[in-house]
Design a protein around this ligand. Structure first.
Ligand code: NDP
Ligand code: MG
Length: 386
């Protein structure tokens, strides 16, 4: 029997690569549901190509247009439509490749149904934290990471017994501004920030990689996925992005996961788990690479990683606030309304205005997210007016 998949965010960078993995899977994977925010024409053409009869668009207007244009399938609309798509599609696994905290509700809907979750949307773990992992435990749903570092760690940790792993080491490419001093970042342009040296990704995560917020979010993601205390998770800069992450064991051994940067590898791993199938990537040629290099992270210059670590340790609503402020600031930077170095400043001020509170429920996280967005948006507006 093929595994039935729902792919959320199928029109994005990860979604499109996931469909490529599905195309190559023969009879193993069958897509039964697709979703996007507003890219309805692309979504319809994907639905036709993959024989999908049900799609969801979170944007109401886009959903209405898709509904008019598509007579042989059903279009669900809005946030409720997306939840219905998940709970009614009778799938075996959901790939959540939505960007931002908008991915939290679908993550909760998936795990609440006891469905296995291939998780690209790191923001839902950053924001939802223990509530998400507890829900997965309660319904016995598996969370299989798609993020390349976490896929590497998941594979490295698979055969280790509890108590044998001393440290997790996340690698970071360092982004396009590696090695620069803070003053040299004042005037960087959107185009420069979008020019990632090793990975092709959606706009938001590419900016997160340039500020190193991406690594901050990944630190929190790793903590929740693997239950590892923060003081046992390190970050090291590795500009070639060949070593995807490492684990250090109690007997002095360090294990690493290597490969050329290609997201189809971790996507394929998650969608086929626990099987492995062929992915058309070049075999690693260490001699051609010659050298792999490593350097410390500069948390002075890249303040976002420090802010993420502080929010992680503060706990409660702090990671949710951090993430929401980051989404607002990155959006403003991409729209030309905020300078690159002001992204960290807006996040820091938002966190200062909204001290961490205890999290009681997913609803309280929704409120904290909305509150942080309002505060961050005001800070962006104040700076634009200054
Ligand atoms: P993209 O921006 O390329 O795609 C985002 C997808 O989410 C699109 O399908 C978009 O639809 C949809 N979407 C956006 N906003 C909403 C919303 N409010 N509600 C519902 N759907 C929405 O992002 P990426 O593919 O780059 O990243 C997706 C996730 O995967 C992120 O969390 C990212 O951090 C993570 N990730 C990505 C990697 C990569 O290589 N790209 C690597 C590791 C992790 P539409 O097209 O209509 O806007
Ligand atoms: Mg990553």
């Amino acid at each position: 029997m093929p595994r039935r998949l729902a792919i959320l965010g199928s029109t994005g960078s990860i979604g499109v690569q996931a469909l490529d993995v599905v195309s190559r899977s023969g009879e193993d994977l069958n897509v039964v549901a697709l979703s996007a925010a507003s890219a309805w024409e692309q979504l319809l053409s994907q639905a036709r190509e993959y024989g999908v009869r049900r799609i969801a668009l979170s944007d109401q207007d886009a959903a209405a247009r898709a509904g008019e244009a598509w007579t042989d399938g059903e279009v669900l609309a809005g946030a409720d439509g997306l939840v219905r798509l998940i709970t009614e599609c009778e799938c075996d696994m959901v790939l959540n490749a939505i960007v931002g905290s908008a991915g939290l509700v679908p993550t909760v809907a998936t795990l609440g149904e006891g469905l296995d979750l291939a998780l690209a949307n790191k923001e839902s773990l950053v924001v939802g934290g223990e509530l998400v992992t507890q829900l997965a435990e309660a319904t016995s749903a598996a969370i299989i990471p798609v993020d390349s570092e976490h896929s590497a760690l998941y594979q490295l940790l698979a055969s280790e017994r509890p108590g044998t792993v001393d440290r997790l080491i996340l690698t970071a490419s360092g982004g396009p501004f590696r090695g620069r001093a803070a003053a040299e970042l004042e005037d960087v342009t959107v185009e420069q920030a979008l020019a990632h040296p090793t990975w092709e990704m959606g706009g938001k995560i590419t900016i997160d990689s340039a500020t190193l917020m991406n690594k901050g979010l990944e630190l929190i993601e790793a903590h929740h996925l693997f239950g590892t205390p923060y003081e046992q998770i390190d970050v090291v800069v590795h500009p070639q992005s060949i070593v995807h992450s490492l684990i250090q064991l109690c007997d002095g051994a360090t294990l690493a996961h290597l490969g050329y940067p290609d997201m189809r590898v971790p996507i394929s791993y998650a969608l086929h788990h626990p099987e492995r199938v062929d992915v058309p990537v070049r075999p690693l040629d260490l001699v051609a690479l010659g050298a792999l290099t490593f350097e410390p992270v500069d948390e002075q210059t890249f303040a976002c990683l420090r802010l993420a670590r502080e929010a992680a340790l503060a706990g409660g609503t702090a990671p949710c606030t951090l993430n929401a402020a980051n989404e607002i600031a990155v959006h403003a930077f991409l729209a030309g309304r905020l300078r690159f170095t002001e992204i960290a400043a807006v996040i820091e001020e938002t966190l200062a205005q909204l001290p961490a509170e205890r999290v009681h429920s997913f609803e309280s996280l929704g409120e904290a997210d909305a509150h942080a967005r309002r505060v961050a948006a005001e800070l962006v507006a104040d700076r634009a007016a200054a």
